[in-house]
Design a protein around this ligand. Structure first.
Ligand code: URA
Length: 189
């Protein structure tokens, strides 16, 4: 494991471990407080993220920021946000298994450095990979699972909420449950 974020970032920025490096503009390493105890994990960079090198900066990102603000969290202060894969899959297709496997070590290293108490999986791809391969967002969103001593919850991907606003109230409830859990466990935020 690499023992600090700056060194890990440097390594990831020059990664060529999978074919996504051929089509990327920027590597999207992660953003937020490197001491945060709450971590969010999305799927992979989209077009805006690829152009800016920062996770969740498009319309979905704005929605995520709003949901976070609703429970007094923000990327500027008390959470860390990363993705399953650090480079944009062409045309925003799902990341492929070999791409996620090639990138998993970097995510593991981020989790190792952060030591989060809670991880929120944004959408099916990260929830299936990190919580349960059979995870169903519509049925299991908002439920906490323990994995390796970390509480994990899956919820709707912000882009899915933009396509399907009918799920926004459920999503808001998930964020409120997250806030309750943070308060119940006395997690410093
Ligand atoms: N969707 C994701 O899953 N991650 C991003 O960073 C942006 C969009």
């Amino acid at each position: 494991m690499i023992e600090n974020f700056d060194q890990l970032r440097e390594t990831v920025l020059s990664c060529k471990n999978c074919k996504l490096h051929e089509t990327r503009t920027n590597v999207v390493f992660g953003v937020g407080n490197p001491h945060a105890k709450v971590m969010f994990i999305g799927e992979g960079p989209g077009e805006n993220e690829d152009l800016q090198g920062i996770p969740f900066v498009g319309r979905g990102g704005q929605l995520l920021d709003k949901l976070l603000a609703h429970i007094d969290l923000s990327r500027e202060t008390n959470v860390y946000i990363a993705n399953m894969v650090k480079c944009r899959p062409p045309k925003n297709r799902d990341p492929e298994r070999d791409e996620m496997e090639a990138c998993m070590g970097y995510l593991r290293n981020q989790v190792y450095l952060l030591r989060p108490k809670i991880i929120v999986c944004l959408g099916r791809v990260s929830a299936c990979s990190l919580i349960d391969p059979k995870f169903k967002v519509t049925r299991q969103h908002g439920t906490f699972f323990e994995r390796n001593g970390i509480l994990m919850m899956g919820t709707f991907h912000p882009a899915a909420l933009l396509r399907n606003p009918v799920n926004k109230p459920d999503s808001l409830e998930d964020f409120l449950k997250l806030r309750e859990k943070i308060d119940e466990l006395g997690i410093p935020v």
